[in-house]
Design a protein around this ligand. Sequence first.
Ligand code: F6R
Ligand code: MG
Ligand code: MG
Length: 364
Amino acid sequence: MKVTLSVIKADIGGYVGHSHMHPKVLDVASESLDGAKADGLILDFKVLYCGDDLELIMTHTKGEEDPDIHKLAWDTFIRCTELAKKLKLYGAGQDLLADAFSGNVKGMGPGVAEMEIEERKSEPVIIFMADKTSPGAWNLPLFRIFADPFCTAGLVIDPSMHDGFVFDVLDVIENVKIEMSCPEEMYDLLVFLGAPARYMVRGVYRKRDNEVAAKASVQRLNLMAGRYVGKDDPVLIVRAQSGFPAVGEVLEPFSFPHLVEGWMRGSHHGPFMPVSFKYATPSRFDGPPRVIAAGFQLNEGMLVGPVDMFDDPSFDYARQKALEVTEYMRRHGPFEPHRLSLEEMEYTTMPQVMKKLQDRFKKL
Ligand code: F6R
Ligand code: MG
Ligand code: MG
């Protein structure tokens, strides 16, 4: 059976500040999607959140970029925004950049990760959702999952994965994409993936049969390319097992809380901390950046789950390490590399400060 998994997310208002989601907003989102399920537009859905981001996880048979599905997500975000405004939640409707829906939520503010797949005999998927960072945060874990044999043993010892994977990479400055094949082009690929503010993985495909293995939400940055657009708390879908990396191989890279951009005012680097659903509330210095992982088994399009995959003591060490790194980075205060470089900051007072002081700069 062909099924489309659509994960569409937006920040439609935070509670308190940019830290969390109001439970009534989640109820409104669920009611809206419940109606669509009763009408037969979608097969199934789950509503989750990570920090101030509302995550709509939907299955249907209409394929990727379907206008009806995107309209459903848009209308749901609008209904949630109306409640957020009534409750005076913070930044109500902040990610809804357009006034009216025009066929596709891409470029209108929300983030989208979608894949149409032929559901296998058993179809485990992991959906990662993050807050206070950008889609470039997935570069390191995606490389490790699909190209690093020290993470994914299957690359070495599973014949169906041994040929490797193809990475589809977006350049957000030039607005171009390139496909690169691993392991052959691994060193070239890393030249790009190591610069996650500019180059971001959009998707990963199994080389043997071009089967989709992972999809990330990069569209907003894609459509606004050419100028700096700040962060876009991202989502990522990864298929697991039977010819794809095992669930444990998919989760393994998150045992290292690597540094990502997007903390406080979208302008600081911080460790990417894997947490259980109940700790997806970035509160220290609006962070540190967080990631949750929801595991599902698809069953004829039904979302059996979620399992809260980081609710596991084997990630305690990563969390502890993230706290040490938090402490270390915070001690830098307003200095790089905790603070991002001037071009990458979402907030800056540089133009005003420069204007005020320009006459005081003397030629040497
Ligand atoms: C980071 C983030 C927050 C805000 C910060 C200031 O992505 O969402 O750190 O940038 O709380 O928010 P405003 O300017 O809305 O007061
Ligand atoms: Mg917010
Ligand atoms: Mg957010």
